[in-house]
Ligand binder design. Structure first.
Ligand code: AMP
Ligand code: MG
Length: 407
């Protein structure tokens, strides 16, 4: 189905994302980051292992270490010592001998096999091995986990908690990461008042700044909260020039549509090189992107769901590109619609939805009314149903791509 006239001229989300990707210069300044502060930071260099992990052959069990060739005789083996994790047995295991060994302890010279203690009967100083396992049983070989010289982590990857464990296992204490982007956030609108104040007639609470800041914190950037700005030319100008001085990226919400109090556009045109797009996205549509004197700038729509969706789909991927991250692709899964999704062709639609699994298949249904001002549509959502631009109404039984919401 084709897009109708009124949506034909809208810029596709992919075109906007590509234009943004072309315009953004990633941060190049590096800093050394303590391992425990590195989660969520973008790694600036490849990390290679300087050692074998584990560093030596060691036991995977509490048991006995011996020569595999001794099993054939069926004779009890003489226990000649103990090997503990951290305190190895230093002697040599000869024919007919064994060593009591604990998990993680180095396998003594001469031994090539370990049997767990549950399969061993001990009588005085002798151990009878009651099962015949293969040579090398219950031994973790040096370097079997990570070989010396192998590439463990890649430049441009965002460091996860598990990576920190791996870096620690390699003895690495600091890692080179890109500097965190500084992001200034502000809301514009005469009707807005912060949570904690009394709501006067005509006012609503400023929710965008809070959602945006919370999402940015999760994205591991330094947030500068510039508060709430009235629809007043001088105040907006002052706020934007302050933001430009402090931040690498400025994110504002509201004032980018064409209402009489939407001054943001007019001011930004004077202050920098900003594009005002009408995007083929729902919720969303008006979006400003460009550069002030030095900082990049996103002007998100004021409607709360539009602000959140454009932040997640457009601004956050751009920010992770700025942070030096290489892979900013979002994962889509395929699910079966269990109900109708109402839609007209013309805009890429991020409907708030609930997915679940039943007998190994994913199903999805909308959360309910999808108004762009209705934060309640997001409240119970665990995913977005990503409905393609050209697509019309989706009937129950059709396949729908979904994007899981983690934040
Ligand atoms: P605007 O883009 O400024 O015309 O705003 C569009 C709609 O979003 C209006 O209903 C505004 O009241 C609402 N809105 C704008 N900014 C915020 C905000 N920070 N928090 C909650 N609602 C907002
Ligand atoms: Mg406004």
């Amino acid at each position: 189905m084709n897009c109708d006239q009124s949506t034909n001229s809208l810029l596709s989300v992919q075109e906007a994302v590509d234009k943004i990707a072309m315009a953004l210069r990633p941060i190049t300044e590096l800093e050394q980051c303590d391992l425990l502060d590195a989660r969520g930071r973008t790694l600036a260099t490849d990390i290679y292992s300087d050692l074998e992990v584990p560093p030596a052959d060691n036991s995977a069990m509490d048991g006995y270490a011996f020569k595999h060739s001794d099993l054939a005789s069926g004779k009890a083996l003489k226990i000649i010592g103990k090997s503990f994790a951290g305190t190895p047995f230093t002697g040599l295991v000869n024919d007919g001998e064994c060593v009591r060994i604990m998990t993680g302890a180095i396998v003594p010279d001469g031994a090539d096999t370990v049997e767990m203690q549950e399969n061993v009967s001990v009588d005085g100083g002798l151990a009878s091995i009651n099962v015949i396992s293969t040579k090398g049983n219950a031994i973790r070989l040096a370097g079997e986990d990570i070989a010396k010289g192998s590439k463990v982590l890649k430049a441009g990857q965002v460091i996860r908690a598990i990576d920190i464990g791996i870096l620690a296992s390699l003895g690495i204490e600091h890692v080179p990461v890109y500097r965190k982007p500084k992001v200034a956030v502000l809301s514009t609108g005469d009707e807005l008042t912060p949570p904690g104040t009394r709501l006067e007639v005509g006012q609503i609470y400023d929710s965008n700044r809070y959602a945006i800041i919370a999402m940015l914190k999760q994205a591991n950037v330094d947030v500068i909260d510039l508060g709430l700005i009235k629809d007043d030319i001088e105040q907006i100008k002052a706020a934007f020039s302050q933001a430009d001085k402090l931040a690498d990226l400025v994110i504002s919400s509201g004032g980018v549509s064409v209402g009489e109090a939407d001054y943001t556009g007019q001011i930004l045109k004077e202050m920098g090189n900003i594009n005002f797009w009408k995007l083929a996205i729902k919720p969303g549509k008006p979006l400003a992107f460009g550069q002030l004197k030095r900082a990049y700038f996103f002007g998100l729509p004021g409607n709360p769901v539009s602000a959140v969706v454009t932040l997640q789909q457009i601004a956050l991927p751009a920010l992770s590109q700025m942070s030096g991250a290489k892979d900013t692709q979002t994962q889509l899964l395929s699910a079966t619609a269990s109900e109708t999704f109402f839609k007209h062709p013309g805009r890429l639609d991020y409907q708030r939805a609930i997915f679940w699994q039943e007998q190994g298949k994913l199903f999805v249904r909308p959360t309910g009314p999808q108004g762009s001002g209705m934060l309640s549509s997001v409240l119970h959502a665990n995913c977005y149903a990503v409905l393609e631009r050209e697509r019309g109404k989706v009937e129950a039984g059709e396949n729908v791509n979904i994007q899981i919401i983690y934040a």
